[in-house]
Design a binder for this molecule. Sequence first.
Ligand code: LRH
Ligand code: MN
Ligand code: MN
Length: 386
Amino acid sequence: MAIAPSQEQLAKLRIEVASWAYGNSGTRFRVFGTPGTPRDPFEKIADAAQVHAATGLAPTVAIHIPWDRVDDYDALRRHAEDLGVAVGTVNSNTFQEEDYKFGSLTHPDARVRRKAVDHHLECIDIMRATGVRDLKIWLADGTNYPGQDSIRARQDRLAEGLAAIYAALDADQRLLLEYKFFEPAFYHTDVPDWGTSFAHTVALGEQAKVVLDTGHHAPGTNIEFIVAQLLRLGKLGAFDLNSRFYADDDLIVGLADPFQLFRIMHELVAGGGYGDPDVQLVLDQCHNIEAKIPGQIRSVLNVQEAVAKVLSIDTEALAAAQRDCDVLLANDILMDAYSTDVRPMLAELRAARGLPEDPMRHFLASGYLERIADERVGGAQASWGA
Ligand code: LRH
Ligand code: MN
Ligand code: MN
């Protein structure tokens, strides 16, 4: 009952990878090193370019400031282009400095709020230098104890800070506001859910959109519903894709719950977001114990497989079954597509496009991992979770 999608449809997929996936990361218990870990942003981009070379799916690389601060952003841009990729979303970071202990854009002290706004203005300058469209803001702001600060006043300060940042954007740039229900704050978070992110981005204007990170919801949340709703409202700017078992685990996408990934991609396609450059698919993952470049290759291939399954849904038959209120038939049609082994069709697609039919095997056989392990000593740390 599943249908065969066209190669043209399949080929619309674009996934952005993130620079921090290539650095060493870990938990607060331990950061394990990996031989060959990049020592600077240039090497992170070189590793990301390997993912694109192997899969043809990942032409852009998100960066995080200050983790990827360099002296010459034009050089970073040219370096990426020389390797066949481009710099992607610029992520701000107001969660690692002492000043931000009690918040950044929401901090009670105007001096800290000003500093946080200025950091975002620096990010916008970096976007201009690197030819980037999107500024992604995730705030660690929140409180740990009831009464610690005024929830209402913090919302007002947040609105003010976001407006100052938004006002600095060029006409072709976007502000993307990411939400997360908890961590590092444990009582309340200032942007905890899609509703809050939606309310602020609506107030800001057309150039402001919501980021949905799949790891940022309470267990049991129906994420595909949020996808459908934000697409209806024209406010879904980007995804951060990853897997989770417990909290914000940042594991390889599609490995904890492949069916959830399929359901999310189904709503993306149904809502017209697939192939739309205004709805970015970004990987936000950390590879604490597995090899990083292969971990990223596995991730983009998992997204590709989920999308290929969704494109195999017989949408006409599904619409008819839904009209008829034929519950079991409608579910059967969906599950048929989910159960399709799409790997042969994707191997064909790759062959037709001059890509390795088995990207993982091709990469592992290339000798790249052995080469960087020899050449690079003393890799950078990617995350704050040490
Ligand atoms: C926060 C987050 C956000 C950050 C990234 C490193 O948990 O998802 O997107 O920028 O992790
Ligand atoms: Mn994220
Ligand atoms: Mn996260």
